[in-house]
Unconditional design. Structure first.
Length: 168
């Protein structure tokens, strides 16, 4: 499975289009190397069964959508055998993922295809990171902590799941 990813700024302008076996890992590489990284507010990921199909879609997207920071149009190359072996990824990465700065518990659960109750249990067990952003008043139950999961915490959890799957 290959990821075609698009990076957008907060106004929805397309910054960059790329292909990777793991778009989330590639995002961390862009953090180090891309001068436009701080402008990213949303990432969209599409999945393709082969690298050739993803590269073709990338080429078409660059030509048609004209991202601001793609410098050249990539050529479509045949896939090496070693790359075929790395195509196995968790089901979570195979789905389209939108990167946001903060996720509500229900949004994070949806992104992971689990229920909010399961996600809360993972939070309680410290298996996924979270932040508290104040409290909310729940009427007769009083004030309750207001939790969010950052985009980076969600990415770290997904990468942890990938590593567990690769070791299994």
């Amino acid at each position: 499975m290959q990821n075609l990813y698009r990076h957008f700024d907060f106004e929805g302008a397309l910054l960059y289009v790329g292909v990777s076996i793991n778009a989330i890992n590639r995002l961390s590489q862009h953090k180090v190397a891309a001068h436009w990284f701080d402008d990213i507010s949303k990432v969209e990921i599409e999945n393709y069964p082969t690298r050739e199909e993803a590269l073709k879609a990338e080429r078409e997207a660059i030509i048609e959508e004209k991202p601001l920071h793609n410098l050249k149009i990539p050529k479509v190359k045949p896939k090496p055998l070693a790359e075929k072996q790395e195509e196995r990824r968790s089901d979570i990465i195979r789905r389209e993922v939108s990167f946001k700065l903060l996720y509500k518990i229900t949004e994070a659960a949806t992104a992971l295809s689990i229920g909010p109750t399961v996600l809360k249990r993972l939070m309680e067990e410290n298996k996924i990171g979270f932040v508290q952003i104040g409290t909310t008043n729940h009427g007769r139950w009083g004030e309750r902590p207001n939790y969010r999961i950052t985009g980076w915490q969600l990415i770290e959890f997904i990468e942890h799941l990938e590593n567990e799957n690769e070791q299994a």
